[in-house]
Ligand binder design. Structure first.
Ligand SMILES: Nc1ncnc2c1ncn2[C@@H]1O[C@H](COP(=O)(O)OP(=O)(O)OP(=O)(O)O)[C@@H](O)[C@H]1O
Ligand SMILES: [Mg+2]
Length: 241
């Protein structure tokens, strides 16, 4: 069991007693119940569980796409669950990147322009164009910068999406089924890339997945069942000690 609380480090992500309920007609459905965990910097966390167990809902509550009904979410020590929307947008832009199963690139923009989007949104201090080039180099796509998504393979599109998610240098990257739309070989390339980015940039990863091969990379494994956190264990790549 690893609960990540051994060091005094501020966790990159902390979730406290998080609940999410939805009203469906007369009924109230509890999608997430009393979820509590903390993730210190540098972990590679997998979030697994059956379809409908609440993985995407939990990621949504972390990234701000969804709002918890109860409990708190701390990003780098800041309670974002009690924050006003105007202030929140900037914090999210700097602290958490998001990658989706379907890549979600803007089809009319080139790879470079897609990576620049969060830099303009967040008023990046340096040159967005230079930063986009740097990021696309990091994900091995220097030769594809002026391509549009339709001119890229699935694996390449996902690498652009990863570059975009990391553009503002967030300490946390959250991914929902990042290999779900990829063939096994392409999926492995993407996972090797994420692991390499963890090593070189120190980024912390939380990855929701059904893909058992993702767990080979895990330093930590969270398991949801029916909206509850039922397991929180060290993964095969957990640091010794
Ligand atoms: N807007 C909504 N209205 C009603 N129910 C919802 C809504 N969003 C999610 N749910 C329900 O919440 C539960 C959790 O859904 P969620 O998408 O988080 O699961 P998941 O673990 O990501 O599943 P999958 O592995 O299929 O992606 C499901 O039972 C789903 O039907
Ligand atoms: Mg899901």
């Amino acid at each position: 069991m690893s609960n990540g609380s051994s060091s005094g480090e501020v966790p990159v992500l902390e979730v406290r007693h998080l609940g999410r309920t939805l009203a469906l007609g007369e009924e109230r459905i509890e999608i997430l119940r009393d979820i509590t965990f903390r993730i210190p910097p540098g972990e590679f966390v997998t979030l697994m569980g059956p379809s409908g167990s609440g993985k995407s809902t939990l990621l949504g509550c972390i990234t701000g796409l969804d709002t918890p009904s109860s409990g708190q979410v701390f990003l780098n020590g800041t309670d974002v669950s009690s924050m006003r929307e105007s202030k929140l947008a900037g914090i999210r832009n700097r602290t958490v990147g998001m990658v989706f199963q379907a890549f979600n690139l803007i089809p009319t923009l080139t790879a470079r322009e897609n990576v620049e989007v969060p830099l303009y949104a967040g008023a990046w201090k340096g040159s967005p164009s230079a930063r986009a080039e740097e990021l696309l180099g990091l994900v091995g796509l220097s030769h594809r910068m002026e391509h549009r998504p339709s001119q890229l393979s699935g694996g390449e599109q996902q690498r652009v999406a990863i570059a975009r998610a990391l553009a503002t240098q967030p300490p946390l990257l959250v991914a929902d089924e990042p290999t779900g739309n990829l063939a096994a070989a392409q999926g492995k390339e993407v996972l090797d890339l994420l692991w390499q980015l963890k090593q070189t940039l120190g980024t912390t990863f939380v990855i929701a997945t059904h893909d058992a091969s993702v767990t080979h990379y895990a330093t930590r494994m969270l398991q949801l069942a029916d909206g509850e956190l039922v397991d929180d264990a060290a993964g095969p790549r957990a640091a010794p000690g």
